[in-house]
Design a protein around this ligand. Structure first.
Ligand code: NAP
Length: 293
């Protein structure tokens, strides 16, 4: 891919960090966000702005979308100001938002119908990895297209994994987030049990760190949230709940039960319903406090 203008649509926790890294490495980055306030910070980082996703399609040969969910992706692509309403034919659309496999496959077909090139490219890694350009892109689509996009993707990440056809990037992302969701619930329940048994929760982490097999970077990141009971979001309760619902729907559609993931969904739903949806997923621990008899 030549060094032509790149567009980033969606400047939340992940998109803003990704756009900043691109702006550091790439000569021309243009951004758009639904809420205009978030664009100011990116202007200060050297990005240009678009007035709409449609304007972005008119100006940039490549657009990367990083918004909440399928409804948000549709909102930026469809309608009179949507990306598809612009001069999108022949251009490259990269979706890094976490969506269902069904949605990713449907989006690939919508792109083909409009002669848009498409890469299904959700990411593994959270806020800290996005800031440090250490994301892992989990990609699906035409292999040659993904190879050509690698130099650009690697300004935001460290690895590009090729999973096969469009839809497989999203499938792999759901498999990885299943582990993230369950690891977080394991930590939250363990800390809750420790407190219930009269133990200092620090002892749980001291033991994990001392173990040659259980000491892991993810546990170390979430330790800070859990011990300080500080749930400022890196990855929100509502976004992991969205992903867990996709896991269950995709498995169910193929006749597979995932009982532990189903229990995780109940816990997350309870947390979101009790006002915690904007907090970090480690606020599962706060949800568990509400389950004390
Ligand atoms: P976030 O901070 O909540 O940001 C969400 C973004 O989506 C914002 O830019 C928001 O715009 C936009 N948006 C939501 N609804 C929209 C709509 N109807 N129309 C237009 N824009 C809309 O979320 P995030 O953590 O960056 O996550 C973004 C995506 O990456 C999600 O799919 C998430 O599951 C995935 N992901 C997150 C992480 C993580 O650790 N945070 C890691 C990997 C993947 P406004 O500013 O206007 O609200």
């Amino acid at each position: 891919m030549d060094r032509s203008e790149i567009g980033v649509i969606g400047l939340g926790i992940m998109g803003s960090a990704m756009a900043k890294n691109l702006a550091r490495a790439w000569h021309d980055v243009r951004v758009w966000n639904r809420g205009p306030d978030r664009m100011q910070e990116l202007r200060e980082s050297g990005c240009k702005t678009a007035v709409s996703p449609r304007d972005m399609a008119d100006r940039c040969p490549v657009a990367l979308v990083m918004v909440t969910d399928p409804a948000a992706v549709d909102a930026v692509l469809e309608g009179p100001d949507g990306w598809f309403a612009g001069k999108c034919s022949g251009k490259l659309l990269i979706n890094s938002s976490t969506v269902s496999v069904k949605y990713a496959c449907g989006l690939a077909a919508r792109c083909t119908a409009r002669k848009v090139r498409f890469i299904d490219a959700p990411v593994a890694g959270s806020k800290a990895q996005a800031q440090a350009a250490q994301l892992i892109f989990l990609t699906g689509g035409e292999k040659a297209e993904i190879e050509a996009a690698k130099p650009f993707l690697l300004h935001m990440g460290k690895t590009v994994i090729y999973a096969g056809a469009a839809g497989n990037g999203s499938a792999l992302k759901l498999c990885i987030n299943l582990i993230i969701g369950q690891m977080t619930s394991c930590l939250a329940e363990s800390v809750t049990l420790a407190k219930t048994l009269g133990l200092a929760p620090e002892l749980v982490f001291e033991t994990l760190h001392a173990s040659p097999v259980l000491d892991c970077g993810y546990f170390r990141i979430k330790e800070k949230n859990l011990l300080a009971e500080n749930y400022a979001p890196a990855f929100s309760m509502s976004n992991i709940l969205k992903d867990v619902k996709f896991m269950l729907e995709e498995a169910d559609a193929r006749g597979q039960n995932l009982p532990v993931t189903a229990a995780l969904k109940e816990l997350l739903q309870r947390g979101c319903d009790s006002g915690l949806r904007g907090l970090d997923l480690s606020a599962m621990a706060k949800t568990l406090e509400g389950l004390k008899k």
